[in-house]
Write a protein that binds this ligand. Structure first.
Ligand code: ADP
Length: 455
């Protein structure tokens, strides 16, 4: 069964049950009020009759008095102490009532019985009979009018229920539509996306605040993100294959050269082997970096713990000082205790320091500072700098500044892309200041509170 039908049936049924219960309640309340009113009237009549009977003596015939007080459509009956009927007088219209005998429940003010399908109201009061005995006086009345009114009321209530069915049905159908329409739109968009391989979005009101609008907006955002990710992935694959093609072409051409005449000419052979090794190393490095990027994407768990940033930077600089004949200066005040993933931060620092080394020829200065809101680590080199136009693309995958590409410094253009992903994972803000001919400063900012929450 469709969700729309389910909502429709359920809400209709619920409304009908509520309406029926309300109507039943109204009916019984009205019935009780009608019986109470009739009872009060009958009681007043009984009191008057009792007063009149008390004025009679042994010689008087009580029947005329009783006849005077017969309720319309009713009867008066007198019973002695042994419950034996002394006299029964009925109104002419209801002669058959003679045989009607009410049953009284203890403590009940009146009794409601039934005669020929019509309710009968009866009350019983003790009176002093003409001979001085205490007898029971029963006043009995057929409630034909009340019955008629109650029948009319039930008819009206039933009519109301029938009429109410129209708005109930309309509102439940509308409710079903309101709930299911956005879901249907989502389903259509999803089916279309699956069939056409696109990222379909749905029309959502711009300033709606309800859950349905929110669901639509979230769906559109999700589709947008999927599309962006897909395009990024596509771009990455096309860039990667393009970048890998260059070294492969070089390797292929040198291999062909070798196979043609390389083995006879030692000089050519050496040159070919050298180029093949060089390009193979570059390819290996590129593939390793690509794998690194893929791994970062898998969102491996970061392990945050309290780390002395000063000691960590010092530990990273040490092997670099040994490996390269370069002056790596460290400034700042130890310790600088931050909460971070030491392994990942070292990896990030290594990429930035290696770039500073590759693209400059002088000393490299690293400064660790503790500030009120966090820690900053800045790496400053005095190299060529990065052109302003290149700065917005510097973190893109495979992006290399044109000159470096031409100079063949051996980079892959993946280093800073990896650095950016590591920084994002660590909650680190990266900023670059660079002036052509003066040098480049890359600053890492590690906020204090943000990292603590990652623990
Ligand atoms: P690569 O493998 O080419 O170094 P990166 O992603 O690390 O790739 O860097 C992208 C480009 O940014 C580099 O090719 C280089 O042109 C430029 N670059 C990065 N760091 C520096 C720096 N410290 N000084 C000058 N240029 C830099």
């Amino acid at each position: 069964m469709k969700l729309k039908t389910k909502i429709h049936l359920f809400s209709t049924l619920l409304m009908l049950v509520i309406l029926a219960l309300t109507n039943i309640g109204i009916y019984f309340l009205f019935e009780k009020m009608a019986y109470d009113t009739e009872y009060k009237q009958l009681r007043t009549q009984a009191e008057q009759l009792t007063t009149s009977l008390s004025k009679l003596n042994g010689q008087n015939d009580p029947n005329p008095v009783l006849r005077t007080y017969i309720p319309p459509n009713g009867a008066v009956r007198v019973l002695d102490a042994a419950d034996k009927v002394i006299v029964t007088i009925t109104a002419q219209s209801v002669d058959s009532m003679k045989k009607f005998s009410p049953t009284f429940k203890p403590n009940a003010r009146y009794s409601i019985g039934e005669h020929d399908g019509i309710p009968v109201l009866s009350i019983q009061v003790p009176v002093i009979w003409t001979n001085g005995d205490v007898v029971e006086l029963q006043m009995i009345q057929l409630l034909s009018e009340a019955k008629h009114n109650l029948n009319l009321l039930s008819l009206i209530l039933f009519g109301v229920m029938l009429v109410a069915m129209i708005p109930i049905t309309v509102s439940s159908i509308t409710l079903g539509r309101i709930v299911t329409q956005p879901i249907e739109k989502l389903i259509t968009a999803m089916v279309q996306s699956r069939k056409a391989g696109t990222y379909e979005k749905i029309a959502v009101p711009a300033e709606g605040k309800d859950e349905m609008t929110q669901m639509g907006q979230e769906f559109n955002d999700m589709m947008g993100q999927l599309e962006r990710n897909y395009k990024k992935q596509e771009q990455f694959v096309s860039n990667a294959s393009h970048e890998l093609k260059t070294p492969l072409t070089v390797i292929e051409s040198y291999a062909r050269l070798l196979s043609r005449r390389g083995f006879d000419d030692v000089k050519v052979a050496k040159e070919a082997v050298h180029a093949i090794v060089g390009e193979s190393v570059r390819m290996k490095e590129m593939i390793e970096q690509m794998l690194q990027l893929a791994k970062n994407h898998e969102q491996q768990a970061f392990e945050f713990s309290e780390t002395d940033l000063y000691a960590l930077v010092d530990g990273t600089l040490q092997p670099m000082r040994q490996a390269y004949d370069r002056d790596f200066i460290l400034e700042g005040h130890p310790p600088a205790i931050a909460v971070t993933d030491a392994k990942r931060l070292r990896q990030l620092l290594y990429i930035l320091l290696d770039n500073a080394r590759k693209y400059s020829g002088r000393e490299i200065k690293t400064t660790v500072l503790e500030q009120a809101t966090g820690f900053s680590i800045s790496i400053q080199d005095y190299g060529n700098g990065i052109p302003e136009a290149a700065l917005p693309h510097i973190f893109d995958r495979f992006y290399r500044v044109e000159e470096d590409r031409n100079r063949k410094t051996g980079g892959t253009g993946l280093g800073l892309a990896i650095a950016k992903e590591l920084a994002d994972g660590l909650g680190i803000e990266l900023t670059i200041d660079s002036v052509i001919g003066v040098g480049t400063t890359i600053r890492l900012f590690i906020p204090k509170g943000q990292l603590l929450t990652k623990l």
